[in-house]
Write a protein that binds this ligand. Structure first.
Ligand code: FES
Length: 580
């Protein structure tokens, strides 16, 4: 892509607040001077907002205040004026009912912070799952020059000499406890072993996936995604990004220059190659909606089909992010896509270089971590998009985390009307279920939960686990943690709470899953389906006030990214009025 830098010097939007000697400008400068900034800091140099999702209740981001200092170094070195600004931090591990309900609220809040305050460019300091997409959505809607710096993953976890991965082993160990194979004391010890340093989940879960998506989209400097949180090179990355954003402001290099359809296709293929989280589907659709790129679920299936999963990381494989970094990290994967003809090589990135220029000379240092194509974990690693009378607008499945023997399966439905119904019944020995059944969970979508929780990878019933069975076909309108695994059909659209066919599945119905033919079918007649849908009544929690109400009224389906309808699109960052 050809990009022509804007002329420099020129008038910046921050000068509307700080430049000149009008009453408003004196007022704004005067207040800032109470922090000890000298007068020449307001002379027209780029003001860089360091938007920091630091929070002690977002443990994955709890070290970002340290990284912010390194971003500041870089901004000062390049002649900018850094201002650190705390922003909404949607913690994956602590927010109820689910962090996903707050992704859009965070995006809305950050967008207004960017637009309403004197910033010429932004460094987005993120890490935990929802913090990365929410700030990217905000940046796409304001179109202010922006660069992502993620906090980086935690170091490897080890328990009894074996690698243990965030989330992935939590699911495994909790099933082992249910099956009577692990004690509660061992579980507590394993839990501590999993989280032994600052940083985000160390598996290729949603945080690592979204860091990789930011890099593959071209919104972070090359190599950003995999550097461990506590590695000194993470600080160097922060400093370099601080330097770079100043030049991006001078050049007027904006998100809309980078976030083209080609960038999204590069990211989708990268997701397939890394065995990334299904959550990336929803987040990329939402980001595309903000920047006006026509991206659909079908693009996910089309672009991912031809890409093998070559990154041998949990939950699909065996290693963790620390080893991915030592092997060369994401630049090696992007280079491999380029060599295979699967990369839009000339896609522009925030570095000013193209996607190809910045990876063409990198080396793979470990072929057991980044595998040769003939040893791929899945030949066709892309997220599969299923359609049929059970999912007219689509459902997704991650083949690299699923069981090959279940890819074509017909089974009797065992239905849970909502998450409470599931919790009440799943451990009941009298539940009429065996491993050939299909578990169906309703009312866990964007509107229904509300917020589309990560409950789609329902744990199996103990009586099935005791037989040594670890996977069954599961279908829901929920999401699944990027650290999870299984033959799990997710994001079924329209969701049950919106009256989609999922809402009318009954115990004893038969369901057909056919991954090769992309089919998800409820085996009842059209007339029967129509009759049931006509008789359907909503069964999800209803709110009449507060943000939950706003969310339920305006959230869109998972098939288009589950954004709020009135937040779609780019609104820019015009300088508004001021009066005191
Ligand atoms: Fe925050 Fe996994 S819970 S990165």
């Amino acid at each position: 892509m050809t990009f022509k830098p804007a002329p420099w010097p020129r008038h910046l939007r921050s000068q509307e607040w700080f430049g000149g000697n009008g009453r408003d400008q004196i007022y704004h400068r005067g207040w800032m001077k109470n922090q000890g900034f000298p007068h020449d800091m307001f002379d027209g140099r780029p003001v860089i907002g360091i938007l920091n999702t630091w929070s002690e209740l977002t443990p994955c981001n709890a070290h970002l205040n340290v990284l912010a200092e390194f971003v500041k170094r870089g901004v000062y070195e390049a002649g900018g004026f850094p201002v650190e600004v705390p922003v909404f931090s949607a913690s994956e591990s602590a927010f109820r009912p689910t962090a996903m309900m707050f992704r859009n609220l965070a995006a809305m809040a950050v967008e207004e912070q960017m637009r309403g305050q004197p910033m010429d460019g932004c460094v987005l300091l993120v890490g935990c799952d929802k913090t990365t997409p929410s700030l990217l959505m905000a940046a796409a809607s304001t179109d202010l020059p922006s660069i992502i710096v993620t906090g980086g993953p935690m170091l490897n976890g080890y328990f009894k000499g074996e690698r243990v991965g965030s989330g992935t082993h939590l699911w495994k160990f909790s099933e082992a406890v249910k099956a009577g194979e692990m004690s509660q004391e061992e579980f507590a010890e394993a839990e501590a072993s999993m989280s032994r340093s600052a940083g985000s989940c160390n598996t290729m879960g949603t945080a690592s996936t979204m860091a990789s998506m930011a890099e593959a989209l071209g919104m972070a400097l090359s190599g950003n995604a995999a550097i461990p949180a506590v590695d000194s090179r993470r600080r160097v990355m922060a400093q370099m990004s601080g330097r770079r954003i100043v030049q991006m402001v001078k050049d007027d290099l904006k998100p809309s220059d980078v976030l083209k359809k080609e960038a999204f296709e590069n990211a989708i293929r990268t997701n397939a190659a890394i065995g990334g989280s299904t959550n990336a589907v929803i987040h990329l659709l939402a980001i595309a909606g903000r920047v006006g790129v026509d991206l659909t679920l079908d693009d996910w299936d089309r672009c991912g089909r031809e890409v093998p999963t070559i990154v041998n990381l949990m939950p699909s494989g065996k290693y963790l992010m620390e080893e991915f970094f030592y092997a060369g990290g994401l630049p090696v994967v992007i280079k491999r896509l380029g060599e295979a003809g699967l990369l839009h090589k000339d896609a522009l990135t925030v570095s000013g270089q193209t996607a190809w220029e910045q990876v063409k000379d990198v080396t793979n240092h470990n072929e057991d971590v980044i595998l040769p194509a003939d040893k791929a974990l899945a030949k066709s690693g892309g997220v599969v998009v299923l359609k049929g009378n059970l999912a007219p607008k689509g459902a997704v499945l991650k083949p690299s985390a699923a069981s090959p023997q279940l890819m074509v399966h017909r089974g009797r439905a065992v239905v849970f009307e909502d998450i409470d119904d599931y919790k009440a019944k799943i451990n009941d020995e009298a539940l009429d279920i065996d491993e050939t059944c299909v578990m169906v969970l309703k009312n866990c979508g964007p509107k229904g939960y509300p917020g589309m929780a990560e409950v789609g990878n329902m744990g199996l019933p103990p009586k099935v686990l005791r037989k040594g069975i670890t996977d069954m076909v599961r279908i829901s309108d929920a999401r699944m943690s990027g650290t999870a695994y299984g033959t799990v059909c997710l994001h079924t659209s329209p969701e049950a709470a919106a009256g989609g066919p999922l809402a009318v599945v009954q115990n004893g119905d038969f369901i057909e899953l056919d991954v090769p033919n992309r089919r998800l079918h409820l085996d009842i007649s059209e007339a029967e389906l129509a009759e049931r849908l006509a008789a359907w009544k909503p069964l999800h929690p209803q709110y009449d006030s507060g943000y939950a109400w706003l969310h339920q009224q305006h959230v869109q389906g998972a098939d288009t990214g589950a954004d709020l309808d009135f937040l779609k699109g780019c609104r820019g960052a015009p300088v508004g009025r001021d009066s005191h």
